[in-house]
Design a protein around this ligand. Structure first.
Ligand code: NAD
Length: 544
C-alpha cells in the first residue's frame, strides 16, 4: 500500500536525521591529495550509473569539493551528471534513491501547492528552479517521478557553469502519474501510481503551481524541462509573458543550435562560395526540440536580411510520416508552421529521396532514431555539398542519428558536425577531427544568470537570440584554427559570463529589465560585475 506523507510530516524531515559524525580530518590530511583521491574513487567505478551514485554522495558530503571538481573536470563529469548517464539514473531512480534532493509536487497536492513549496529550506535564497513533469525525459519516454535527476543535473550545471549559488537552486519534479506501466508495476517506484491527468486537470494544476511559485519564491526564474511536446509548447505559450520562465528544450536547444549553425554555415559557405542566405535546412524530427530549433534558426536568415516569410522557405521538416506538407490530414498543431505548401507530389517518406528533392546544405536530426543517417543519407548530403553540415542532435548517444566516426569516414573528413551527446575526437589518416557538441549547457546557464542579474520580468526571444550570437562569437583563436563550431567546454564560466552580458543588454533593450543600475555601465564594467557575482566553491578549484 502506498502512503502519502502529509505536508507537515514531509517538511519535518524526521525520516532523514543524521548521526553526528567526526568533522576533524586526519592529522596529515591534504586537500590536494583528497581531490586526487576523489577522482581516483570516481574513476574506479566500473559503469556510468555507479559513477553517478558516487558523485551524488560526494555532493552530499562536500558540495564545495564536488562543484570545484566538476568545474575542473567538465569533460569527464558532465556526461555523468547530465546526458547520457543521467538518462540511466532517471530510468533507475526509484532503485538508486538515497535521500531527498529536490522537491516533489504531487497531483495530490492540488489545492495546497503553496504549502508544499513553502517546505523548501532555502526560500529566500531561491533563484532558479528547474521543473520537469518527467513525461518525456531525454527521448527516453515517460519516466514519471523518476525524472527528478534531470532537474538536479541541470542545476548542477548552472552552479558549475554560471556560478549560481547552490542554495539558490531548486530542483522540482511534478509527480503527476505516469503512462509507463513498468513503473506503475514496480514496487519500488517513488511516484504516485496513477495515469497522467487529462488536459483540464493538468492545466488547473499547472496554473496553481505557477501562481504559487511566484508567491513563495518571488525572485525565481523557472526553467521548464522535458515536458511532453504538446505541453512544452502550451505552457511556454501560456506562461512566457506572465512569469519569468523559459523552456530549455524549445528555447535553450534552439539557441545553442543557432549558435553552432552560425559558425557551421560560415565554414560551409567558405567551401561552397554560396551566400549565407542560400542555406537550406532539413530537420529530421519535428517534436518540441525539432520545431523549437527550426523556429530559432529563422533568426539565422533574419540576420541575412530576410523576412520571416522568406526565411521559412529555407526550412523543411520531416517526421515519422515523411516530409511535412500542409495538405497532410490531421497534422499536429506545432507542425503546421513549417508545413510546406510548395509540394503536392506523392508523399515523400524516404530520407534519401527527401534530400535529393530539397538539396539541403544542412541536415539536423532530432528524431531519437538511432542510425537514421545511413551511409546513403550521408552520401546524398555529400553529393550536394562540398562541406555538408550534419548535426545528429538526438540524445543520448544510443539514439544519435549517426556516429561521429562514420560521419567523418563517409564524408572524407569534410563533414561539419555537432551532436547532442558527447563524442570523442576521431583520428583518420593521422589527422585528429574534433566533434562539436550542441549541448544546451553552453547556453542555459548564461541565459539564467543574465535574466537573474537584470531582474528581467520575462525571457524574451531577443534575449535567447543574443545569447546565441554571444556563444557563436566566443570562439578563441585556437578554436577558430581547429574549425570548431562550439568553444571548448572547459571555458564555460567565461562563456557564460559573456552570454549573461548579452542577455542583460537584450533585456534592457526590450525594457523587461528591473536593475536600472546596470543600464549605465560599460560592457567591460558589466562583464567584471557578472564574473564577480559568480559563486566560487571554497578555494579548491585551480581555475574558478
Ligand atoms: P519528440 O519525441 O517530441 O520528437 C521526435 C520527432 O522525431 C517526432 O517529430 C517524430 O515524428 C520524429 N520521428 C520519430 N521517428 C521517426 C522516423 N522514423 N522518421 C522520421 N521522423 C521520426 O522528441 P523531442 O523532444 O523533440 O526530442 C528529440 C531529440 O532531441 C531527443 O533525443 C532529445 O534528446 C534531443 N534533444 C537534443 C538537444 C540538444 O542537442 N541540445 C536538446 C533537446 C533535445
Amino acid at each position: 500500500m502506498q502512503v502519502q506523507l502529509n505536508v507537515a510530516s514531509r517538511a519535518s524531515g524526521k525520516l532523514f536525521t543524521k548521526l553526528p559524525i567526526p568533522v576533524v580530518p586526519p592529522p596529515n590530511f591534504s586537500s590536494a591529495t583528497h581531490r586526487a583521491r576523489c577522482l581516483a574513487q570516481l574513476r574506479s567505478k566500473s559503469n556510468g550509473l555507479e559513477k553517478y551514485i558516487y558523485l551524488n554522495g560526494l555532493k552530499e558530503r562536500d558540495p564545495s569539493l564536488f562543484y570545484s571538481l566538476l568545474y575542473d573536470n567538465m569533460r569527464e563529469m558532465v556526461p555523468i551528471l547530465y546526458t547520457p548517464t543521467v538518462g540511466d539514473a532517471c530510468q533507475n531512480y526509484s532503485h538508486i534513491w538515497r535521500r531527498p534532493e529536490g522537491l516533489y509536487v504531487s497531483i495530490g497536492d492540488k489545492g495546497r501547492i503553496r504549502e508544499v513549496l513553502a517546505t523548501w529550506p532555502n526560500l529566500h535564497d531561491a533563484r532558479i528552479a528547474v521543473v520537469t513533469d518527467g513525461s518525456r525525459i531525454l527521448g527516453l519516454g515517460d519516466l514519471g517521478a523518476n525524472g527528478l535527476p534531470i532537474s538536479v543535473g541541470k542545476l548542477d550545471l548552472y552552479i558549475a557553469g554560471a556560478g549560481i549559488r547552490p542554495t539558490s537552486a531548486v530542483p522540482i519534479c511534478l509527480d503527476l502519474g505516469t503512462s509507463t506501466q513498468k513503473y506503475l508495476d514496480d514496487p519500488l517506484y517513488i511516484g504516485v501510481r496513477r495515469p497522467r491527468p487529462e488536459a483540464a486537470e493538468m492545466d488547473e494544476f499547472m496554473n496553481e503551481f505557477m501562481e504559487a511559485m511566484t508567491e513563495v519564491f518571488p525572485h525565481l526564474l523557472v526553467q521548464f524541462e522535458d515536458f511532453s511536446t504538446d505541453n512544452a509548447f502550451k505552457y511556454l505559450r501560456l506562461y512566457r509573458d506572465r512569469y519569468r520562465c523559459f523552456n530549455d528544450d524549445i528555447q535553450g536547444t534552439g539557441g545553442v543550435v543557432l549558435s553552432g549553425f552560425l559558425n557551421a554555415a560560415r565554414l560551409s559557405s567558405d567551401a561552397s562560395k554560396r551566400p549565407l542566405s542560400d542555406h537550406r535546412i532539413l530537420f529530421f524530427g519535428a517534436g518540441s526540440a525539432g520545431i523549437g530549433v527550426a523556429k530559432q534558426l529563422l533568426s539565422f536568415f533574419k540576420f541575412q536580411g530576410m523576412s520571416e516569410e522568406d526565411a521559412k522557405k529555407q526550412i523543411w521538416t520531416v517526421d515519422s510520416k515523411g516530409l511535412i506538407t500542409a495538405d497532410r490530414q490531421g497534422i499536429q498543431e506545432h507542425k503546421k508552421f513549417f508545413a510546406r505548401t510548395d509540394y503536392d507530389g506523392p508523399a515523400l517518406t524516404n530520407l534519401v529521396d527527401i534530400i535529393n528533392y530539397v538539396k539541403p546544405t544542412a541536415l539536423l536530426g532530432l528524431s531519437t532514431l538511432r542510425n537514421a543517417f545511413t551511409k546513403d543519407v550521408v552520401d546524398a548530403m555529400v553529393a550536394h555539398n562540398p562541406r555538408p553540415i550534419i548535426f545528429p542532435l538526438s540524445n543520448p548517444v544510443a539514439l544519435s542519428e549517426v556516429d561521429y566516426g562514420d560521419a567523418v569516414e563517409w564524408t572524407d573528413g569534410k563533414v561539419i558536425f555537432a551532436s547532442g551527446s558527447p563524442y570523442t575526437p576521431f583520428t583518420r589518416d593521422g589527422k585528429k577531427y574534433e566533434p562539436g557538441q550542441g549541448n544546451n549547457m553552453y547556453i542555459f546557464p548564461g541565459i539564467g544568470l543574465g535574466s537573474l542579474l537584470s531582474k528581467a520580468s520575462h525571457v524574451t526571444d531577443s534575449m535567447v537570440e543574443q545569447a546565441s550570437i554571444a556563444l557563436a562569437s566566443s570562439l578563441n583563436t585556437d578554436e577558430h584554427a581547429h574549425q570548431l563550431v562550439y568553444p571548448r567546454l572547459d571555458r564555460i564560466r567565461d562563456i557564460s559570463a559573456r552570454i549573461a552580458l548579452a542577455v542583460v543588454r537584450a533585456a534592457q533593450n526590450a525594457s523587461v529589465d528591473n536593475a536600472p543600475a546596470l543600464r549605465h555601465v560599460t560592457d567591460s564594467v558589466l562583464l567584471a560585475y557578472i564574473k564577480e557575482r559568480m559563486w566560487q566553491p571554497r578555494g579548491e578549484s585551480s581555475r574558478m
